[in-house]
Structures are given as C-alpha cells and as structure tokens.
Design a binder for this molecule. Sequence first.
Ligand SMILES: [Zn+2]
Ligand SMILES: [Zn+2]
Length: 92
Amino acid sequence: MSQEGLNERPRRNARPTPPDDCPNCEATALVTRTILEHLPCGHTYFRDAHEIDVCTKCNATLTTDAVAYRGTVFACLSCRHVFDATARDGDE
Ligand SMILES: [Zn+2]
Ligand SMILES: [Zn+2]
C-alpha cells in the first residue's frame, strides 16, 4: 500500500520567487529592488522609484547603453535587511 497524500510538484522557476517574509525578522513588508551597474565605472546601485539621471560615483549621465541589469534582490522595510531569494536553495 502506498499513500500519496501530499502531491508536491518540484519548483523550477527561472525567475526569483518573491519570498513570503523576511529571513531576518519575518516581517512581510518586502519590496523588490533591481540592481543596476554603471559599466564605465563599475558602480552598482538600486534602481529607485524615481529614476536617477547621473551616476553618483563618476557623475556621468546614465544612458541605457552604459547600464547593465545585475539582478534582483528583496529588501525588508522593517529591518532594512537585503537578501537574495534565489540563495535559498542551490539548484542549478
Ligand atoms: Zn526584516
Ligand atoms: Zn558611474
């Protein structure tokens, strides 16, 4: 006799899944932050709600050609903890 009460499918999501709560304080007030890099100077920063026009490191005007997408992280509004949801389990 075999019992298969729990029928969980393996998750194979390519995109990072937003976590339910903060791994640090378990608060549920989380925001998604996009990491961008200014390629000429290597400065990485979070894309803010209001767009930034000038690099805060080298003062060059930010153009789409000079900015690369570096990933997405999640930030807790409660404790300001920043974490990567994809680091939870290590499948490749
Ligand atoms: Zn937190
Ligand atoms: Zn720069």
